[in-house]
Design a protein around this ligand. Structure first.
Ligand SMILES: *Cc1c(COP(=O)(O)O)cnc(C)c1O
Length: 223
């Protein structure tokens, strides 16, 4: 079996310039993360607050943690000291709460707006209409302690690559609408986070700047 280091090298060698890899380390032990760190990886993604809080203090301080899972309101305060980017902001309510908690500890936090484009109802995120409406009403752009840096999305879990491509294209179009609309004055709104182990090459074709890859680096997860 190839090592974590070899997997990382294989993935990063294929990424075009300007596309960053978020190594999704959920359910993997700190030893595995340390191995990736030693191979040069600095961006890691976790999707559960408890797990992020448990792991972050045990690992080097220059890791940048991306939170990529559904964030419960009562967990925002706990992750705030560790998290570099919250990729999974799925409501205006959550934005307001993040603003409050970031202000409380006097920091600025980067976030992405999660868009729901997949067929599965279980996935969270703003619908396209919701995010456009929220943008027009000013509810995405009024937070002094938040930099909204772009959008994040997951495609449907399917072998139908045309379906996946259509969804990524919809994400890209929505990103452009927001960038040319409510965020046209923003110097931060530059990121499209999409693509996982099975579909990242398609996501890159549609303009991803961040890909979130777990299994192809760390192997299968044991839940
Ligand atoms: C788990 C997860 C990933 C990585 O999935 P893999 O298929 O293991 O690469 C990416 N994004 C999110 C939001 C995830 O929860």
């Amino acid at each position: 079996m190839p090592s974590i280091k070899e997997n990382l090298q294989q993935v990063t060698a294929q990424l075009p310039e300007g596309v960053q890899l978020v190594a999704v380390s959920k359910f993997h032990p700190v030893e595995a993360l340390q191995e990736a760190y030693d191979a040069g990886q600095r961006l890691f993604g976790e999707n559960r607050a408890q797990e992020l809080i448990a792991k972050a203090p045990l690992l080097p301080k220059d890791i940048r943690w991306h939170f990529i899972g559904h964030l419960q309101k009562n967990k925002v305060r706990a992750i705030m000291p560790y998290v570099s980017v919250i990729e999974s902001v799925d409501s205006v309510q959550l934005l307001k709460l993040i603003e409050k908690e970031a202000a409380r500890i006097d920091r600025t936090v980067d976030v992405l707006l999660q868009l729901h484009v997949a067929q599965e109802e279980t996935k969270s995120g703003f619908s396209i209409d919701e995010v456009i409406d929220a943008g027009e009403s000013g509810e995405l752009t009024c937070y002094p302690h938040i930099n909204v840096c772009g959008v994040m999305a997951m495609a449907s879990l399917t072998d139908d690559t045309e379906q996946v491509a259509r969804e990524f294209e919809l994400v890209r179009r929505t990103y452009v609408m927001l960038k040319d609309g409510p965020f046209d004055e923003s110097e931060h709104f530059n990121h499209l986070s999409m693509g996982m182990s099975d579909d990242w090459p398609i996501a890159v074709k549609y303009g991803a700047t961040l890909v979130r890859i777990g299994t192809a680096i760390f192997g299968t997860r044991e839940y």
